[in-house]
Write a protein that binds this ligand. Structure first.
Ligand code: ZN
Length: 179
């Protein structure tokens, strides 16, 4: 199933003990915890969902409730993923990664450890593998917010959502698509 995944740029960040992350999302209107989603652990889209996740195109057909989904379509719903260690998630087809500095292709990189160093053959910049340009098709993290039912590049998170997440976690967030 296609998804849009948001995650902190700091791959080690997770909500601290007592961090009511879902309160933030509910206050923003991204989720509505009073609605029961299809599967346990899922949140249904809140009333500001469509303003926080901006669908592109002239008249996107967005299903926010399971009953609205066309055949073969999945209603948008949200879910957290929390991993005990930094995990690499990727679209089925792994992207051709690039140097974040000069955009030169980084070739095949080892994703077994997010702190592995990669030195760009063109500009000489050395970065950890998680900081490469994953072309919005993969990312490293322990904490991911998944918005299911979104096709690659069909929608983007709004500045307001990214700003709120940054304020909450104290660092920038990124996003990518799977499916
Ligand atoms: Zn470079």
């Amino acid at each position: 199933m296609p998804s849009l995944l948001l995650h902190p740029s700091d791959p080690c960040w997770i909500p601290g003990a007592g961090d009511r992350f879902s309160d933030l999302l509910e206050k923003l209107g991204l989720i509505d915890t009073t609605l029961k989603a299809g599967r346990s652990g899922d949140f249904q889209a809140g009333e500001q969902f469509i303003n926080l996740i901006m669908f592109l195109g002239c008249s996107p057909r967005v299903a926010l409730e399971p009953g609205e989904a066309d055949e073969g379509q999945t209603a948008c719903h949200l879910q957290y993923h929390l991993y005990p260690e930094v995990t690499f998630l990727s679209a089925a087809k792994r992207p051709q990664v690039r140097c974040p500095g000069c955009r030169a292709p980084a070739g095949e990189v080892d994703t077994s450890s997010h702190v592995q160093s990669v030195t760009c053959a063109r500009c000489g910049q050395t970065v950890q593998v998680h900081a490469l340009d994953w072309r919005r098709a993969a990312g490293f993290g322990r904490f991911f917010l998944e918005i299911g039912g979104v096709y690659p590049h069909e929608a983007v998170p709004s500045e307001k959502l990214l700003d709120s997440l940054r304020e909450h976690s104290g660092g920038a967030w990124q996003y990518f698509y799977t499916g």
